[in-house]
Design a protein around this ligand. Sequence first.
Ligand code: CP3
Length: 363
Amino acid sequence: MTMPPLLAALTGRRGPAPVWFMRQAGRSLPEYRQLRARVGLPMLEACLVPEVAAEATVQPVRRHGVDAAVLFSDIMIPLRLAGVGVEIEPGVGPVLDHPYRTRQAIDELTRHSYGSGSWTDAAGNARDCGEGARAVRQAVALAVRELGETPLIGFAGAPFTLAAYMVEGRPSRDHLAARALAASDPGAWDELMGWCARVTGDFLASQVEAGASAAQLFDSWVGSLSPRVYRDSVAPYSRRVASRLARARVPVTGRRAPLIHFGTGSAPILADMAAVGADCVGVDWKTDLAWAIEQVPGKAVQGNLDPALLQAPWDVIEQAVRHILATGRAAPGHIFNLGHGVPPTTDPTVLTHIVELVHDAGR
Ligand code: CP3
């Protein structure tokens, strides 16, 4: 059996660039909007219905012919399953019942939610966590069965991005409260980040153990950190997630799942992000791809078409795609993607054309 192009690119076997899109499942697809309307559940609840999650996962593969599926889930799912009160407010993002800003609130969290057990075998809030964890594994298994040869990418939020939501309680532009906590109470920060690393590491590993053959760790908001704070107060916890993942094995192949590590505004810390144990770094649209490749010798890269270009005339898009593909050849492996998620207003036929272009260029 030949290795799927995505896994070949991630393991340093040079070949035509595979393509997928962050946020390829979701509101840009009419079939997704229909599915959500039919099911009538809020976002996080919909993620926990295996048939719904599997269907939303497979939709973009059917439509666009992308080289990978990404699990329909959310970085907030492991928090919800661990007992944190969180909802996704449409048009806003994750909103928590209350922020976790004080030593007391964080102690309370680590003592009462999730217990000391692993996510797949939970003590503490065992019932919710157990059922939810089973639902995620079942969604993975259903999707993998339908996908056949196309690999499924599992994903999770990195500890900092989760902690940023937990300390702020809702989306924030510069994550001031989270940065303040890291600086002013290192003990509380360590407790919170350690907890986040554990729940999200178990979430990611459980997707691999259920059949996902690659993984992406989203540290979407690391761009608000200085390199020194990243290295001292964030990277050690991301490394724990990467180590947890490295111990997980994909069923059937018995291999470990290679790790893609992505953040936005991450140019100053790309090498540090790679060093936590990633096989590939995701490059955002603001970063020059050729420069990024030089920062991470020996690693594959993923990216980095500006999502804004999806609104541009086709000749502009085509030129940008060809330029990215040509640049990507300097890396040991290149996965074509956007520099961040698909905007919900995107015309999905544009994405299909980009997939065709990337595939034609690789022939
Ligand atoms: O196709 C895919 O990429 C798979 C699914 C996926 C979702 N969320 C589904 C989703 C992935 C990979 C995520 C990750 C995620 N979730 C991140 C990291 C990626 C990034 O964008 O940097 C973050 C920060 C979140 C938190 C979150 N969830 C936000 C900010 C939002 C948007 C809220 C809004 O309405 O604008 C969500 C909701 C969400 N997650 C949607 C989808 C498809 C949209 C909600 C809906 O369809 O009702």
